[in-house]
Ligand binder design. Structure first.
Ligand SMILES: CC(C)(COP(=O)(O)OP(=O)(O)OC[C@H]1O[C@@H](n2cnc3c(N)ncnc32)[C@H](O)[C@@H]1OP(=O)(O)O)[C@@H](O)C(=O)NCCC(=O)NCCS
Length: 146
C-alpha cells in the first residue's frame, strides 16, 4: 500500500483519536496531558494525503518497569476503514525505530483488552494485573524492550 509516515501535530493526532478512541465524546476527551511537551512526538500515516493512522509517544516512566529511559505509547488509532491493512504495525515500528536512535530502553502502553492481540504481534508483553479505565474498559500494561 502506498503510504507515508510523518511527524504530525497534536491537533492532527486528535482528528484520528476522536472517531477511533473517543467516538461520541467531546473532542476535549482526546487531548492528553503532555501532548504539547517538546519530549512528546506524534506520528501519522497518510494514504493519498489523507491522515488515516496516528500514534503518540510520551517520555513517561511506569512504576512496574525499572529501566531509566522509557517512553509511553498513547493514542494508537487507525481509522476503521483502514484497519487490518498493516498500518498500525508500520506506524508503531517507525516510532520504535526513532526511540531506539534516542537510546530509549523500553516502550510501554495501557492496552485495551481488545487490542492485546495486536500488541502481542508487535512483541509486547503483559505486566501486572488488569485494571479498569472508567468509560473505556479493561486494560493491561504491556511493554517491549527496544
Ligand atoms: C489496534 C489497531 C491500532 C491495530 O492497527 P491495524 O492497522 O488495524 O493492525 P495491523 O493491520 O497493523 O495488524 C498487525 C497484526 O496484528 C493483528 N491484529 C490487529 N489488530 C488486532 C486485534 N485487535 N487483535 C488481535 N490481532 C490484531 C493483525 O491481524 C496483524 O497480524 P498479522 O501480521 O499476523 O497479519 C487498530 O485496529 C485500531 O485502531 N483499533 C481500534 C482502536 C484501538 O483499539 N487502539 C488501541 C488502543 S490501546
Amino acid at each position: 500500500m502506498n503510504h507515508t509516515i510523518k511527524h504530525i501535530s497534536a491537533t492532527e493526532a486528535h482528528a484520528v483519536r476522536h472517531p477511533v478512541l473517543r467516538a461520541g465524546k467531546p473532542i476535549e476527551s482526546c487531548i492528553f496531558d503532555g501532548d504539547d511537551l517538546n519530549t512528546t512526538f506524534h506520528l501519522g500515516a497518510f494514504i493519498e494525503n489523507k491522515l488515516v493512522a496516528v500514534c503518540s509517544f510520551f517520555k513517561c516512566k511506569h512504576p512496574l518497569l525499572p529501566e531509566e529511559f522509557q517512553y509511553q505509547l498513547r493514542g494508537m488509532a487507525v481509522l476503521n476503514e483502514y484497519q487490518n491493512l498493516g498500518l498500525g504495525q508500520l506506524i508503531l515500528n517507525h516510532g520504535e525505530v526513532l526511540l531506539r536512535t534516542q537510546n530509549i530502553q523500553i516502550i510501554w502502553c495501557n492496552a485495551r483488552e481488545k487490542a492485546i492481540g495486536f500488541y502481542k504481534k508487535m512483541d509486547y508483553t503483559i505486566i501486572g494485573d488488569a485494571f479498569n479505565i472508567e468509560h473505556i474498559g479493561l486494560h493491561y500494561v504491556m511493554y517491549k524492550t527496544l
